[in-house]
Design a protein around this ligand. Sequence first.
Ligand SMILES: *[C@@H]1O[C@H](CO)[C@@H](O)[C@H](O)[C@H]1NC(C)=O
Ligand SMILES: *[C@@H]1O[C@H](CO)[C@@H](O)[C@H](O)[C@H]1NC(C)=O
Ligand SMILES: *[C@@H]1O[C@H](CO)[C@@H](O)[C@H](O)[C@H]1NC(C)=O
Ligand SMILES: *[C@@H]1O[C@H](CO)[C@@H](O)[C@H](O)[C@H]1NC(C)=O
Ligand SMILES: *[C@@H]1O[C@H](CO)[C@@H](O)[C@H](O)[C@H]1NC(C)=O
Ligand SMILES: *[C@@H]1O[C@H](CO)[C@@H](O)[C@H](O)[C@H]1NC(C)=O
Ligand SMILES: *[C@@H]1O[C@H](CO)[C@@H](O)[C@H](O)[C@H]1NC(C)=O
Ligand SMILES: *[C@@H]1O[C@H](CO)[C@@H](O)[C@H](O)[C@H]1NC(C)=O
Ligand SMILES: *[C@@H]1O[C@H](CO)[C@@H](O)[C@H](O)[C@H]1NC(C)=O
Length: 694
Amino acid sequence: MGWKIEAQIALGFGILVGSMNGVGGATNRMNETLVPLTFQPLPLGSITPLGWLKDQLTLEASGLAGHEHDFYNYVVHSTWLGGTQEYSALREGFPYWFNGLVPLAYSLSDSRLLDQVHSAADYVLDNQQEDGWLGPEQGTERNFWGRMPFCLGLMQLAQADKEYEGKVVSALWRFSGLMNSMLRDNFTGYHYHEGDQVGQGDEQWGRVRVQDMLITLQWLYETHPTGNMTQLMENMDLLIQGSLNWAEWYNTATYITKDLNTVPVSVTEPHFAYEHGVNIGQGLKALAVFRRVTHNDSLVQTSKNAVDWTFQYHGAASGAILADERLAGLSPYYGSETCTLVETMYSLSYLYQALGDSSYADRCEKTAFNAFPVQLTPDWWARQYVSQPNQPYSENLTETPFWNVNDWGQTYGLETDYPCCTVNHPQGYPKFLSNSYVKVNETGLAHALLSPGVAAIGDTIVKCETAYPFGNTLIYTITSRESFDFYVRVPSWAEASSTSISLNSSTSTVKPDSHTGLHKIAIPSGSTIVTYAISNLAIVQEKRANDTVAIHHGALIYALNIPSTNTSLAPKSYSNNSPLPSGYAPPESRDWIITPTSTWAYAIDPSTLTFHSVNGTDTSLANPIFAPGAAPMYITAKACEIEWGMYKGVPDAPPTGGNRKCKGNKTTEIRLEPLGGAKLHLVDLPVLDLGGIA
Ligand SMILES: *[C@@H]1O[C@H](CO)[C@@H](O)[C@H](O)[C@H]1NC(C)=O
Ligand SMILES: *[C@@H]1O[C@H](CO)[C@@H](O)[C@H](O)[C@H]1NC(C)=O
Ligand SMILES: *[C@@H]1O[C@H](CO)[C@@H](O)[C@H](O)[C@H]1NC(C)=O
Ligand SMILES: *[C@@H]1O[C@H](CO)[C@@H](O)[C@H](O)[C@H]1NC(C)=O
Ligand SMILES: *[C@@H]1O[C@H](CO)[C@@H](O)[C@H](O)[C@H]1NC(C)=O
Ligand SMILES: *[C@@H]1O[C@H](CO)[C@@H](O)[C@H](O)[C@H]1NC(C)=O
Ligand SMILES: *[C@@H]1O[C@H](CO)[C@@H](O)[C@H](O)[C@H]1NC(C)=O
Ligand SMILES: *[C@@H]1O[C@H](CO)[C@@H](O)[C@H](O)[C@H]1NC(C)=O
Ligand SMILES: *[C@@H]1O[C@H](CO)[C@@H](O)[C@H](O)[C@H]1NC(C)=O
C-alpha cells in the first residue's frame, strides 16, 4: 500500500511539500497537560477473552498470524530483525506484525507467541542505534512511518509486562531526543528531501498517519514523565505542524462526496493521501489525537464529520470503508481492504475513549462483527485483500471494478494482491478486546464494546459471559473489595424501554446517558451477578442505492449466503502470481478459489423477512463461528430470480424500475445469515413486491 501508489500516480506533490524552513517556535510548553480522554483504556493484559472471542483469537494464534514469525519473509527475515526482506522502502511489514502480535500474545498468555514478541522486541531494543534511532535504517533511508506501528507495539508491551517497562520507556525517551533534532533539522525523516530513499509519494504516509506516533508519545508524556518533557511536547507540536492535516480534507469546501471513480485522479491529486483507504482507516482518529495537544475543540465536530461522511458517502452497510486503495462510492461491487478494516476498528475504539460519543462504539462493533470476519477464512489461515458487499464468487477475475487491486484481490490467500494485509490483519480482534472495557474517571469501569471477556483491575474482577452479538443477554459475575460504579453501553439499536438490568433479584430498565450510551449500575462490595438483557426484536432494513436494502438484526448484518464449493492452490507471490517456493509456507497456508453452486441473482420481498433462532440458548456457539451455516440464527425471505447484468467481471448495480422483474413466475425462499460466515454473499439486496406471485 505504499510503493504501488507511487508507481501509479505522477508525482505532483510539490505544493504539499512546500518549504517549511522556519521549523520550531519552541514555545515554553513545560507543565502543559493534554486534553484528557473521556474514558481511559486499561493496560494491555487486564482483559482476557472468553467464548467466541477467545475461540477467534485462538484460531488467529494457531492460524496465519501466529505462524508468520516462523516463515514469513517480511516478518522473520525483515531488515528490522537483521534480514534483507522488505516489500517496500517503508519497511512496515515487521512493525505491523509486532503491533498486532503483542496484544494477541498477551491476551491469550500464549507462551509460544510471547517468545516471538519478546525475541523480536529484544532484538530491536538491543540494536537501538547510538543516536537513538529505532530500526535498521541509516541516513537517507530513515523515515518515521515504520516506527509508528512499532512504537504502538512497544507501548502495549510496556503496559502488559513490568519486565519490559523500563527498557521500553528508556528506548522511547532516547528516540524522542533524536526525533527532536531531526524535526528541528528541516523535518528530516518526515518531509521529503532530495535523495531520500523513501520516495516523494510514500513520504506522505508518515505525515498523514502521524497520529499513530502521537498516541505513543502522549502515553509516554502522561505515564512516564521522566525525560525532557518540554522537548517531548515540542515533538508533538512539530509533528502536527508538519503533518498532512485531516482537517483540510474533512471540510465542506474540500471533501468529495461523489463516487471518486467519477472524479479523475489528476483533479484530486493534492488530496490523494486523504483518499487512500488505509490512511483513512487510521486517520479517522487523527483529529481527536491532535486535539489532545492543540486543545482545539472544533476538532470534536470535525472528527464526527470525518466518520459520518466517510460512511455516508463511501461506506458499506457492514461497517467497511469502500476503498480499493482509493476511496470509492456506494456501489456494491467496490472493495474494502482488510487493513482498512482493522485500522477502522482501532480508530473507532479510540474515538469512543477520546470523545465519549457512543456512535463510535456502535460503529466499531458493526465493523468488528460483520465487515472484518468475512474477510478471513474460518480457520484464519487466509485473508482477502478486499471484499465486496455483493460478492457471489471469490476467484481470479478476468477484469476488475477496482481502482488499484489486481484480479486475485478478492480471493482468500497468503499475500494475494499485496502483503500489507498479511502483516496488519492480526491487530483486529486483539485490540478490539483490549479496548472492550474502559476506566470511567478514577474508580468506575465500563463495558464499552460488548463481547465475552474478563476485566481485572486491582481487586475488581468483572467477568462477562455472553454469546453477544449472537445472543442479547450478557451475564456479569463481579467481585470487588470496594463498592464501585459499573457501566454497560446500550447500543443505539436497542429498545431501551424494554432493555433491562437485573442485579441479583431486582430488575429495572436501562437509562443510558444520551451522549455516551452508558447506563450506570452501582455495584456493592463483595460478589454480584448482573444480567443485562438487550431487547431488540426488530429486523431493520437499511436503504441502500438503487432500491436495495441491507438487513440488520441487533449488531449483525444478514446477507444472502451463497452455497459454494472451493479449490485451493499453493500460495502465490503477490508480485507476479507465480507459486512461492514449495516448503516456504506451512501446508495450511493455501490460496483459495470459491465458486457458487447455485444462482445468486435474487430480489427479495422485504415484507416477508422472518427471523429464526436455531437455539433458545444464548451461550453455546459453534467454533469457528464465522463459517457458512455456523451461526445459530438466520433470516428467511421470499425471493425470485432476476436478470442481473455484469460490470467489469462482477455483478453490476442491480437493474431498477421495470427492468427488475422475476424470471418466470415463481418464487423461492432464501436464507440470510450473519455476514461474517457468509464468504460468498449479497449484502445489498434488490427489493421487489412479490405479493402477487406464489
Ligand atoms: C527544507 O526541506 C524542503 C523540502 O521539504 C526544501 O525545499 C528546503 O530547501 C529545505 N530547507 C533547507 C534550509 O534545507
Ligand atoms: C529540553 O528540551 C528543550 C527543547 O528542546 C531544550 O531547550 C532544553 O535545553 C532541554 N533541556 C534539557 C535539560 O536537556
Ligand atoms: C481549530 O481547528 C480548525 C480546523 O478544524 C481550524 O480551522 C482552526 O483555525 C483551529 N483553531 C485554532 C485556534 O487553531
Ligand atoms: C445505481 O444504478 C445506476 C444505473 O445502473 C448506476 O449508474 C449507479 O452507479 C448505481 N449506484 C450505485 C451507488 O451503485
Ligand atoms: C484462474 O486461476 C486458475 C488456477 O491458476 C487458472 O486455471 C485459471 O485459468 C485462471 N482464470 C483466469 C480467468 O485467469
Ligand atoms: C467523570 O468526572 C467528570 C468530572 O468530575 C464528570 O464531569 C463526569 O460526568 C464523570 N463521568 C462519569 C461517566 O461519571
Ligand atoms: C448477590 O448474589 C451473590 C451471589 O449469589 C451474593 O453473594 C451477594 O451477596 C448478592 N448481593 C446482594 C447485594 O444481594
Ligand atoms: C472449502 O470447503 C471446505 C469444505 O466445505 C470447507 O471446510 C473450507 O472452509 C472451505 N474453505 C474456504 C476457504 O472457504
Ligand atoms: C444448541 O444448543 C445445544 C445445547 O443446548 C448445543 O449443543 C448446540 O451446539 C447449539 N447449536 C447451535 C447451532 O448453536
